[in-house]
Write a protein of this length. Structure first.
Length: 138
């Protein structure tokens, strides 16, 4: 597998960190682990996770929780998921998020059911605008 193609793969896991990390070393992929407590987050990073998906981030305090995790562990690359919306995306990025895990706020099930995929495209563009604007300011 080429280096370019391997970057297209993302491995998401909430368990089996050591085993999956070993697989990530054999087949070069970006490894994303899913955890929420500080102990789980640092354990995933120490086991070789390239990124740590923090879930459910909004229920744990949202951007302020992410910022609190990064205070003692600035080397971590965190991806908040669970409650990320267009309204709080910039706050998560300012708090140190490396990426955003967006689900129901991005994929509007009603729009898809009604045959209006452009609504999802418009929402995706709005996220890109927020990301670009936030990066300009930092």
């Amino acid at each position: 597998m080429s280096a370019t193609l391997s970057r297209l793969f993302r491995l998401l896991s909430a368990a089996k960190v050591a085993l999956i990390t070993l697989c990530g070393l054999v087949v070069p992929i970006d490894f994303v682990s899913t955890f929420c407590t500080p102990t789980e987050v640092i354990t995933a990073w120490e086991a070789g996770a390239d990124y740590v998906k923090v879930f459910p981030c909004s229920a744990l305090g949202g951007p302020s929780y992410l910022k609190a995790l990064l205070a003692p562990f600035p080397q971590l690359k965190l991806i908040p998921t669970g409650g990320v919306t267009i309204a709080n995306a910039a706050d998560f990025l300012k708090a140190g998020a490396q990426a955003l895990g967006v689900g129901s706020d991005l994929v509007n099930a009603t729009a898809i059911a009604e045959g209006k995929p452009w609504i999802v495209t418009d929402i995706a563009r709005a996220y890109l605008d927020v990301i670009q604007e936030t990066r300009k300011k930092s």
